[in-house]
Write a protein of this length. Structure first.
Length: 520
């Protein structure tokens, strides 16, 4: 009953996130445009547009979701949501193998309440699939080691596992590591390989298909952008300094904290303390599992080991959302630390350890549920563009879109009747003050117009200071639509009258002061 209640709570939270149909953000829209604007063949066997990378099987599911629910947020997010629910059940089954029941329940609560997993349950990205595929491969490996299934079941596990690998790029590495572990174990125990090969053959076929598709469809430009964007997630040379020497363990703890509490980088004293406790529990848990069940401990360590190895060779970054697939093994190992503590204490104090584990598991999730309950948002572009459409005079109003806002305008604008808009593209490879200066010069093209909407999406403070300050100097703001996402993040549209000759002479794009130290 306790497990069922936790699974139900986790399902409800993910359903709320999915059902809210919040505005899609940049990466989601970029992938959605690929799905909607391409046929099956071009989607699966050609490089994706807008610097996107996605697994072959995930693209198939995205196309099916649109066919089932239409070109809507729900259609694009249907299968990430369903995969997040599958991950809930799979985590329960895998954690049962490693943790005693009270501790397992605490770990399951942490997994169910994880604001990170709840958020990605309603996101058009493959990260829910990464988590589910990794957990499924772990469960299959443990199933084979513990029960030695017959040929028919091994074949079924191979087919299901092969399909799961198609949904996730990291699953290819995990399947390779777990497959090698199973082969070594079978040889050491003298088990005939014919009992194992049907399962591994299915995994290998899935891994081969997704690897071939990825190599064929990854363009050089996209690869360059991805490597540059995720450069901080690749292991630095350890000889550069003490910080680099401890880069891997620190990054593993950061991934674990992001997985459990949606903290990108612990900064405040409570956040650092929380990460330190998690790190200490992780060390205790690794010691405990290696002593009580070494073979199962090796299985749990495989996803983490391949993630670190991939980061060393710059194949896959060890960073936040890309590394969500190692979150479950790290979470299980950290809660195994509570089982290690229970082994040290008298039986009369076991309940206290369980209560501590329960509080530690529920604290971050409950705190964020209270402060920022789901649905969590990364964008409000749809709501802002809806308001602009409602207030716009089609025959008189111009709509100006800053570069980062073009993709939301491209997707939502077409669906809302805002097809006519002008793009302001920034200079590339120049200092920020020159970029902003050029921005102001491009705005000068709209001098003399009495109704100009300026749409700002994914801007930073000094950009708004320069752009809105300049527009306020040469014109009058007549209307504004603004939606805050969280903290200082916002999406806004500003209607300016730039037709007053007296105001237009007050400032020029060349002379107006812009911040020189602005960085995005």
């Amino acid at each position: 009953l306790a497990v069922a209640a936790v699974l139900l709570v986790g399902t409800v939270l993910r359903s709320v996130q999915f059902g809210a149909s919040t505005s899609m953000w940049w990466d989601e829209i970029a992938l959605a445009l690929n799905v909607t604007e391409r046929g099956w063949g071009e989607l699966l066997f050609s490089p994706l547009m807008h610097y996107q990378v996605a697994p072959l099987g995930f693209l198939v599911l995205e196309k099916l979701g649109v066919l089932l629910l239409g070109d809507t947020e729900a259609g694009f997010r249907l299968f990430p949501f369903l995969l997040s629910l599958a991950a809930l059940v799979l985590f329960w089954r895998v954690s049962l193998r490693y943790l005693r029941f009270p501790t397992m329940l605490a770990a399951l609560i942490a997994f169910a309440l994880s604001p990170t997993l709840v958020f990605y349950a309603g996101t058009v990205k493959q990260y829910s699939g990464d988590v589910a595929a990794c957990l499924l491969l772990l469960w299959m490996t443990l199933r084979w080691l513990d029960d030695r299934p017959g040929m028919r079941e091994a074949l079924l596990l191979g087919v299901v596992g092969g399909v799961a690998v198609l949904l996730s790029h990291p699953a290819v590495l995990v399947a390779a590591g777990l497959g090698a572990t199973l082969l070594a174990t079978a040889r050491r125990l003298g088990i005939p390989l014919r009992r194992l090969l049907p399962m591994l053959a299915g995994w290998a076929i899935g891994a081969g298909m997704i690897t071939y598709a990825s190599l064929r469809t990854l363009s050089a430009s996209t690869d360059q952008v991805m490597v540059g964007f995720w450069d901080a997630g690749f292991v630095p040379p350890p000889w550069e300094g003490l910080r680099e020497l401890f880069w891997v363990p620190v990054r593993l703890v950061e991934v674990l904290v992001f997985f459990a509490a949606f903290l990108y980088s612990p900064n405040s004293a409570p956040e650092i303390a929380f990460a330190a406790v998690f790190g200490g529990l992780l060390v205790l848990g690794v010691i405990h599992l290696s002593r009580t069940d070494p073979r199962a401990a090796v299985v749990l360590a495989i996803p983490v080991a391949v993630a670190v190895a991939a980061a060393c060779v710059r194949l896959l970054p060890l960073i936040e959302r890309v590394s969500l697939f190692i979150g479950p093994p790290l979470l299980i190992a950290s809660f195994a630390g509570f089982d290690r503590m229970r082994a040290w204490l008298p039986r009369s104090m076991e309940r206290l350890v369980f209560l501590a584990a329960l509080g530690f598991a529920a604290l971050p999730g409950l705190a964020l549920l209270i402060v920022a309950p789901p649905p969590r948002k990364r964008s409000e572009s749809r709501a802002v563009l809806q308001e602009v459409r409602a207030r716009r005079l089609p025959e008189d109003d111009l709509v100006v879109v800053r570069w980062w806002g073009w993709i939301s305008t491209e997707y939502y604008g077409q669906r809302l009747g805002l097809a006519d808009w002008t793009l302001i593209a920034p200079l590339e490879g120049y200092p920020m003050d020159q970029v902003l200066r050029d921005y102001l010069h491009q705005l000068d093209a709209f001098r003399g117009h009495s109704r100009v909407w300026v749409y700002l999406d994914r801007t930073w403070d000094c950009e708004e200071e320069a752009v809105l300050g300049y527009l306020g100097a040469i014109g009058r703001r007549r209307d504004v639509v603004e939606k805050r996402i969280s903290g200082d993040e916002r999406v806004s549209a500003h209607l300016y009258d730039l037709s007053d000759p007296g105001l237009l002479g007050r400032a020029s794009a060349q002379e107006y002061p812009v911040p020189a130290d602005c960085s995005e």
